[in-house]
Design a protein around this ligand. Structure first.
Ligand code: FES
Length: 283
């Protein structure tokens, strides 16, 4: 171009120089207008970055990044140092601030001391309540199970029918011996069965009420006599004489299904000797 200009005349050279100046000025105006047009768009997100950083209690590194972004974003676009990007296009401070602001949320999102959300707190509280509920339920279930087992064994008969401690079925009332008949021994049940005119059948426990000897029926004397210390009792079991403190003990008799039942698990103590209507020597 220098050679071409040198070949031109003075007027033509001045004209050519004026054209070049006009082009340069137009190019400069165009570049300035383009920079001003880009500056507002890029400055807006850069100004929002500090606000986001303040709302979130981020660590010091995040705050420093936000401050840097604020400082860069606050610089006027026209004063920003021109830098060349990878494509050679000019960049400015607003664009850099936008890049830093875009990177800031990623850094500040690290939950270093983040508090539990209300949903998380409610979930934890629910877990504790569920645990206590299950614990109380299990304890109550265990207590109920123990009570049920205890009640079952309490209600369950400990003795089978026909063995001492259990129930003995004698038969229908019509099969009872007459009131004048001698006592009928039931050795397995350890009782004498007698039928009386006053109170009906009675089951007399075979053990003497003095010291526990087995008394015997003496048909010749029509009474019970103890061979150990001489206590004597009537056919109905009333005390007559001797060291026995009371009349003979009896077992409970009932009618079950039309049969006379003697429950050898339920014993009734005889009346005191002094109250016996058959006492030989009244007090
Ligand atoms: Fe029967 Fe003593 S044990 S009188």
């Amino acid at each position: 171009m220098a050679d071409k200009t040198a070949d031109q005349s003075g007027d033509e050279r001045e004209k050519r120089i004026a054209e070049l100046k006009a082009k340069m000025q137009a190019s400069a105006k165009k570049a300035k207008a383009s920079a001003e047009a880009e500056a507002p768009a890029s400055a807006a997100p850069a100004k929002e970055a500090p606000a986001a950083a303040v709302e979130n209690p981020a660590p010091a590194a995040s705050a420093a990044s936000a401050a840097t972004a604020t400082a860069v974003a606050s610089a006027p676009a026209g004063e920003a140092p021109a830098k060349s990007g990878s494509n050679g296009a000019p960049t400015n401070g607003a664009a850099a601030a936008a890049e830093i602001a875009a990177a800031t949320p990623v850094v500040s999102s690290a939950p270093a001391f983040q508090e539990d959300s209300p949903e998380a707190k409610a979930r934890k509280e629910m877990n504790r309540r569920e645990f206590l509920t299950y614990a109380w339920g299990g304890a109550l279930g265990l207590v109920a199970l123990q009570a049920g087992v205890g009640l079952f064994f309490f209600m369950m008969p400990r003795f089978k029918a026909g063995e001492f401690g259990g129930v003995f079925f004698i038969g229908p009332e019509s099969a009872l011996p007459p009131t004048s008949a001698p006592p009928d021994p039931f050795v397995a049940g350890k009782f004498w069965l007698v039928n009386t005119e006053d109170v009906g059948p009675k089951a007399l426990y075979m053990v003497c009420t003095h010291l526990g000897c087995l008394y015997k029926w003496e048909q010749a004397n029509n009474r019970f006599e103890c061979p150990c210390h001489g206590s004597k009792f009537t056919r109905e079991g009333f005390y007559i004489e001797g060291p026995a403190p009371r009349s003979l003990d009896t077992f409970v008799i009932s009618i079950e299904g039309g049969e006379v039942a003697v429950d050898t698990g339920k014993k009734e103590l005889g009346a005191p000797s002094a109250d016996s209507p058959a006492r030989a020597v009244p007090a």
